[in-house]
Design a binder for this molecule. Structure first.
Ligand code: GDP
Length: 277
């Protein structure tokens, strides 16, 4: 029974990798960097082991109160786990951003995971392994979260490295995330898929009412002018979100979506904290 964190630059595929290992969707995936804000855990239960994954937000240079909180959360989660997986992108040169993250990890309990090998040539993968050899990590794993290649091998290795001990969570549990947060994240994920430019970073979501038949989710934007983009022409965006979420919600549960403006919430620490980021 052990704890494993995933750390690395934004967009290297940490969320995708957690999902691939758990074979279940526990963390939102987006092609826009820095969209994972909360620390969502996935739980993998095997006959012989249980691994709790900590999906950290991408470390990045903080420019807002939100950014600072996100960084603190990410670093916190690397110190109290059994193994860190430093995830890097096979299709991009190992750069100063990766090095910055690596410098903050204890290499005596870090594994390097080279992700996205489905999109990289063997030479690119080899390059990444060579570039990271001097880190003297515990092990090196080329994987693809998309195709699943190498994922089983990575899990087998992690199982060997975590301490023995009884499972802390029931076998059927895949996530610690409460229903409300999960639904708010699903709504945010759908909005991220359809919005552009700076808008994704201005959107927050929060469930304010929740029972078996009804859920009310607030979509918070920073400016009046952003409201229309989130609602869409004749409510088109909101209704698309509602349709997408139908399958994820219990049958018959009504989803109410409300758009509110909270001026510059991203730059206000009290707001960021209230949202639980
Ligand atoms: P995170 O910010 O590190 O958590 O990255 P995400 O998991 O959100 O992934 C970022 C982007 O990379 C998304 O568009 C994913 O679909 C894509 N991605 C993640 N893993 C892979 C992979 O193994 N292969 C390919 N081709 N794309 C991937």
């Amino acid at each position: 029974m052990g704890f494993v964190s995933l750390v690395g630059r934004p967009n290297v595929g940490k969320s995708s990798l957690v999902n691939a290992m758990i074979k279940n969707k526990v963390s939102i995936v987006s092609d826009k960097p820095q969209t994972t804000r909360t620390r969502i855990r996935g739980i993998l239960t095997r006959k012989d082991a249980q691994i709790v994954f900590v999906d950290t937000p991408g470390l990045h240079k903080a420019v807002t109160a939100l950014g600072e909180t996100v960084n603190a959360t990410a670093l916190d989660s690397t110190t109290d786990v059994d193994v860190n997986c430093l995830v890097i992108d096979a299709t991009q040169q190992f750069g100063s951003g990766d090095q910055w993250v690596a410098d903050r990890l204890d290499m005596a309990r870090t594994i390097v995971v080279v992700n996205k090998i489905d999109r990289a040539s063997p030479a690119q993968v080899l390059n990444q392994l060579q570039a990271t050899a001097s880190l003297h990590a515990l092990a090196y794993f080329p994987v693809s979260a998309s195709t699943g290649e190498g994922v089983e091998e990575l899990i087998a290795d992690l199982v060997q490295r975590i301490p023995e001990g009884i499972a802390m969570y029931p076998a059927e549990m895949v996530s610690e995330t409460p229903g409300e947060i999960w639904i708010a994240e699903l709504v945010r994920e759908q909005l991220l898929a359809v919005t552009h430019d700076e808008l994704p970073y201005s959107i927050a979501t929060r469930v304010t009412e929740f029972d078996e038949r009804h859920v009310r989710c607030e979509i918070i934007v920073e400016r009046e002018s952003q409201k229309g983009m989130v609602i869409g022409k004749g409510g088109a965006v909101l209704s698309a979100v509602r349709t997408k979420l139908k399958g994820a919600l219990p049958k018959g549960m009504k989803l109410e979506l409300i758009v509110v403006v909270d001026k510059n919430w991203q730059h206000r620490r009290d707001r960021v904290e209230r949202l639980g980021y």
